[in-house]
Design a binder for this molecule. Structure first.
Ligand SMILES: Nc1ncnc2c1ncn2[C@@H]1O[C@H](COP(=O)(O)OP(=O)(O)OP(=O)(O)O)[C@@H](O)[C@H]1O
Ligand SMILES: [Mg+2]
Length: 250
């Protein structure tokens, strides 16, 4: 079931010097839905996620979350609101274990070294949010005892999603969670995305895998050269000639 508008992107533009990465994008994400966002390389998908989460300021336009204009708010403020994202390149702290990566969310203050961090961790009990995140993604404690470097690509993606879950997302934005995975692994991540959505998390799913995005999403938008080319139901998008042209022209 999807409800009212949770996030609204209004005429958003983003320029990097002379390059127009986003050119007047309009997009809404409804509460409770999985919105798929597809588009060829360089279309502006990650940039859109970066401006929504405030990693980059917009060059123009407005972003509204739950009726609040969040355009100029910080990454931190937006994270506290429940706008949480993963990165395309699954950024983890490679010096510490997967488990310790997940528990990072428990320590809001900046610590000066990993040694300090790890000693604080051992003095604390694991929070219920951490236990829940680990359970939802289905990573074993054995796997989590490894450093991210020693994990498989799938495990790194599951770790990224677990870390995101510790921030209790209202809107979870996933940047290419299927990239680089085998067909079977894509199915595992797709099932996880559906499961998280069933728990009530609204999801913005960005990926190149048109087949999988249209299978999982409630609605799909196509971004091309910084603009929304078309949007509609998965069935409509699969048949859409503009979408096909954008991909075939890639
Ligand atoms: N920090 C940046 N500085 C300069 N140019 C950037 C920056 N980030 C993105 N761009 C440019 O903006 C355009 C859109 O890039 P973006 O990464 O958003 O595309 P994308 O749709 O995510 O592509 P991909 O599918 O390859 O991940 C590209 O031309 C890219 O080179
Ligand atoms: Mg990208």
């Amino acid at each position: 079931m999807t409800g009212s508008t949770l996030l609204s992107v209004e005429e958003v533009s983003k320029r990097f010097g002379g390059l127009v990465a986003l050119d007047g994008v309009n997009l809404t994400v409804n509460e409770g839905e999985i919105l798929g966002l597809i588009g060829p390389n360089g279309a502006g998908k990650s940039t859109l996620m970066n401006v929504i989460s405030s990693v980059y300021p917009v060059s123009g336009g407005r972003i509204v979350f739950e009726d609040t204009d969040i355009t100029s708010d910080s990454v931190h403020t937006n994270a506290k609101r429940g706008i949480v994202r993963t990165f395309q390149d699954s950024r983890h702290f490679e010096e510490i274990t997967g488990y310790e990566n997940i528990r990072l969310a428990e320590i809001p203050d900046k610590l000066l070294s990993w040694d300090m961090y790890l000693s604080v961790l051992t003095q604390r009990e694991e929070s219920p949010g951490v236990a829940r995140a680990i359970e939802e993604v289905g990573l074993s404690r054995e796997t989590l005892a490894k450093t991210p470097t020693d994990m498989t690509h799938l495990e790194r993606i599951q770790l990224a999603i677990a870390r995101a879950l510790t921030h209790d997302p209202e809107l979870l934005m996933l940047d290419e969670p299927f990239a680089g995975l085998s067909k079977e692994e894509v199915d595992i991540v797709a099932e996880l995305v559906t499961h998280l959505n069933d728990l009530g998390i609204t999801i913005l799913l960005i990926d190149h895998n048109v087949g999988k995005v249209t299978a999982v999403a409630n609605r799909v938008a196509v971004l091309h050269q910084g603009s929304i080319l078309t949007k509609g139901s998965p069935e409509e998008i699969i048949e859409d000639e503009q979408m096909r042209a954008a991909y075939l022209g890639e």
